[in-house]
Write a protein that binds this ligand. Sequence first.
Ligand code: DON
Length: 304
Amino acid sequence: MIDYQNVIDTIHSNLKDEVNRGLVASYIPELANIDVQNFGIHLRLINGETFATGDWNKKLSIQSISKVLTLAMALPMYPKNLWQRVDVEPSGNPFNHLSLLELENGIPRNPLINAGALVIADILVTLLENPKEDFLNYVRSVVDDPTIAFNEDVANSERMTGYNNYAAANLLKAYGNLRNDVDDVLDFYFHQCAIEMTCEQLSKAFFMFANHGSCCLQKRHLSESQAKRINAIMLTCGFYDEAGEFAFEVGLPGKSGVGGGIVALLPNHYTISVWSPGLNMQGNSLLGMRALEQFTSMTRLSIF
Ligand code: DON
């Protein structure tokens, strides 16, 4: 029997005083103000038991973690055509890289790099009546928490400096892979990234991927096959040009965001969320990766 509370407390005390914590993302000015010392872990087992330590109950900007949730909402609504508009191959490139998009005629490598997430955003803008509100309500229902909200300051801050995403959206539009106006798609995308959640809420949000498609209320949101495929994409693409390293060190499907959050999961067993805002060179939480490496090594619970 594993003493999970002891495991996460040990990891927290191993890492909490680390001096080398990486750098807080500053290309979105509003995120540059976050205290790099924040550090929280939250674990939810498949039976509903939870364990938490550190700053697990503070709100963080989920950023790219939202890309998995937009994919989960879009896939059941657009099951066949989605994979004609975005591929499922790792990119081996940074999250905002544009060269492959041009080489591959506007079909993004996968839905978790920015260009791929913009195509998914475009699909939702087409299919939803009130895209931002409907997506937020989807997230609230999956987490069973009506308090989850956008941080408008973060969304505006990214809009002011989002030149790279404007470039990606314009390239997609030029290749005929965006149906809606560039500004409408970007407005949706900046808002999905600006959702705030605690580590506890993130562990709940990703429960459906560990639970064959059903959320923590046991309501089905994805088929088993869709949950399996999204987990495969997280494993191979969730950490961009560090996906291999994450699989090697941690061995779980997961997703990071430049707010410093990482959520990972072991199907049938647990979801785990870590928040430490300092990022490594690839834009993934530096302590978050180390914490998860320690977790799967100490518990011997990874997919490998
Ligand atoms: O589009 C961006 O650049 C940000 N809103 C999200 C990037 C991100 O979180 C990458 N993840 N590590």
